[in-house]
Design a protein around this ligand. Structure first.
Ligand code: ZN
Length: 249
């Protein structure tokens, strides 16, 4: 069994709660689909926990933006990235060096047997969003499914669910939080640990059971008030970034 997490966005309380939920189920294999940082108040601590707990980590667009320069970011996201970068440059030179090195070496995609792992999509691993409403964009879905042999795990939109080969999107609710891997191709969005946007403020991740051939969607409660209270006093992090954690949007 392996847990697949994504989009932590510097939210330490959420990441700790999810890692605890994973531990309680006896799962030791963890894959992270990127965006460890950006938006949230604890970039260092989150990188450290991912370095320690995840055997495979994929590069996200916010990780990339901290390393190089933000491209196509809105003003609030850009301010957050510059703050994140300065936090990763202040004090603790040894720790910061290993954090930058870790980020700089993350792959954009990884194929492991019948599973493909990306941050955005198989077509554009770093930056492409595949939203639920994209099922109406047949051309886009065709192209993306064409690049996936079997099953792809992705994040980036912060909206968990599964895309099936007949171009439908099923939310975790609609599949009773679990689905069997069938003969047809599937794209799984694992949702977001640190900034859920599907109207549910609890952290999202999935468990892949390769033997039973199932994927289970999990939601985990964490102290989002505590995270929001850290965001509000930091001028470079918009208050909206705290507000949205309390609403899951
Ligand atoms: Zn993200």
């Amino acid at each position: 069994m392996r847990a697949i997490i994504s989009d932590i966005h510097g939210n330490l309380e959420a990441l700790e709660a999810v890692l605890e939920d994973i531990r309680q189920q006896g799962i030791t294999q963890i894959t992270c689909l990127g965006d460890i940082i950006g938006y949230g108040p604890n970039p260092r601590e989150c990188i450290d926990l991912v370095m320690k707990n995840c055997q495979l980590t994929i590069l996200g667009n916010h990780d990339q933006a901290a390393l190089f320069d933000p491209e196509g970011f809105n003003a609030g996201a850009e301010r957050a990235i510059f703050w994140t970068r300065s936090t990763l440059e202040a004090g603790d030179p040894e720790g910061n060096e290993s954090r930058w090195e870790f980020l700089g070496e993350l792959p954009r995609m990884k194929r492991d047997g019948e599973f493909l792992f990306v941050h955005g999509s198989a077509r554009n691993p770093l930056n492409e969003y595949v939203f639920p409403e994209d099922v109406y964009n047949q051309r886009k879905m065709e192209r993306i499914f064409g690049l996936v042999d079997n099953y792809c795990f992705q994040g980036h939109t912060h909206i968990p669910g599964v895309f099936t080969e007949d171009y439908s999107f099923l939310s975790p609710d609609e599949v009773n939080f679990g689905i069997a891997l069938g003969d047809s191709k599937m794209l799984f969005n694992v949702g977001s640990v640190g900034q859920p946007r599907d109207g549910n403020k609890r952290s999202s991740y999935v468990i892949l059971d390769e033997e039973a051939k199932t994927v289970t969607f999990r939601r985990v409660e964490y102290d989002n008030e505590k995270t929001a209270a850290k965001i509000y006093p930091i001028p470079e992090l918009d208050n909206f970034l705290g507000d949205r954690l309390r609403e899951g949007r």
